[in-house]
Design a protein around this ligand. Structure first.
Ligand SMILES: Cc1cc2nc3c(=O)[nH]c(=O)nc-3n(C[C@H](O)[C@H](O)[C@H](O)COP(=O)(O)O)c2cc1C
Length: 352
């Protein structure tokens, strides 16, 4: 049962990417997946923005868009799961094929375009939840006349079931969405979202997910607006529109967001810069190209308190989760510490 979700990784990798993804989710729903062996090492635990994380390894947004299998992903060993992106109403996304894999580059390009069944359907499933950290990633509808309103209504509707919210303004596959990362638009968005959140009973923590393609010169102002609006954490990063370092020419020509190994360096560099700009005070989720224990440790050392991955799981299978946890425990032992804290950001200057 060490292959991807118990089905055998080579079988999944032989299928077209979106079919393989659907089959992987289905196999989780059917209980055909490898369970984590025993409870996590206590040294991996952290308490961040009011939530208890048993380990720092999270399932990134986009794998479980409709909140079909958060409990199964937690049972497989993830410390937390981010479901979504969810838009107010169901939408089918872009025409296929819309997901591409390069074995040579250990990378994926997707232009799914927020295909999801809408917030109401996910809400029903999450209400049956029984613990574990399950964040909800929110997006705006493709044809929305009030994009900011879509985020605010998502917060209002889903506050009861979200351990935390991630405002996703960094998908490259909804035209114009990334314009919300411009400081003035971001400020207006966060003010409205915070208002909506303040009116909810539970007030889940609020995170913002950024694109790795924000120009280095623009980043300080973006981070300043995020901090000024009392956001609890930043997710760095989403997929990139860049195509640097790809060997697979046909693959590189596909439109969409690139994830996986080629994203590792740019997203880790940006993570380190955000860590420096926030003076290490804001918990950061490091995501982009984590496909080994070493890569996971590098993200922590660049400034991440928590990690997320998606593409690494496609190529490495669920055994990757255990390998990362083992590597982090090894690093703590080597450093002579009994929590991740001393490791977080200790190489930020070198990465930035
Ligand atoms: C097929 C696919 C779909 C994705 N869908 C979403 C999404 O709906 N919302 C989101 O915030 N990020 C989405 N992402 C981005 C991931 O959450 C993550 O930020 C990115 O893939 C980088 O991590 P990785 O290199 O470990 O995959 C998606 C990624 C992939 C590969």
């Amino acid at each position: 049962m060490s292959g991807l979700f118990g089905l055998g990784q080579s079988l999944l990798l032989a299928l077209p990417p979106e079919r393989a993804h659907d089959l992987a989710v289905k196999s989780l729903e059917l209980g055909l997946y490898p369970r984590a062996g025993g409870p996590d090492d206590k040294r991996l635990a952290q308490h961040l923005f009011g939530l208890d994380f048993a380990n720092p390894v999270g399932m990134a947004a986009g794998f479980d868009k409709d909140a079909r299998v958060p409990r199964e992903l937690l049972a497989m060993g993830f410390g937390f799961v981010e479901v979504g992106t969810l838009t107010p109403r169901a939408q089918s996304g872009n025409a296929g094929p819309r997901m591409f894999r390069s074995m040579a580059d250990r990378a994926v390009i997707n232009r799914l375009g927020f295909n999801n069944q809408g917030q109401e359907a996910a809400m029903g499933r999450l209400l049956d939840g029984d613990g574990g950290v399950v964040g909800v990633n929110l997006g705006a509808g493709r044809d929305s006349q009030d994009r900011i309103g879509d985020y605010a209504s998502g917060v209002r509707h889903m506050a009861e079931v979200a351990s935390y919210f991630t405002v996703n303004i960094s998908s490259p596959n909804t035209p114009g969405l990334r314009d919300l990362q411009a400081p003035a638009a971001l400020d207006a968005l966060l003010k409205r979202v915070q208002e909506a959140r303040a009116a909810t009973g539970r007030k889940p923590p609020l995170l913002v997910k950024l694109a790795p393609d924000i120009a280095a010169d623009d980043l300080p102002e973006v981070v300043r607006v995020i901090e000024a609006n009392g956001v609890d954490g930043i997710v760095v990063s989403n997929t990139t529109l860049a195509r640097d370092g790809l060997s697979d020419r046909a693959f590189a020509k596909e439109a969409g967001g690139l994830s996986g190994r080629p994203l590792f360096v740019p997203s880790t560099r940006m993570l380190a810069r955000v860590h420096q700009l926030t003076h290490g005070k804001l918990p950061l989720i490091g995501v982009g190209g984590i496909d080994s224990g070493e890569a996971a440790l590098a993200k922590i050392e660049a400034g991440a308190s928590l990690l997320q991955l998606y593409t690494g799981l496609v190529f490495e299978g669920p055994a990757l989760i255990g390998r990362i946890k083992q590597a982090l425990v090894g690093a703590m032992e080597q450093a002579g510490c009994d929590s991740l804290r001393p490791l977080i950001g200790r190489r930020a200057a070198a990465w930035a």
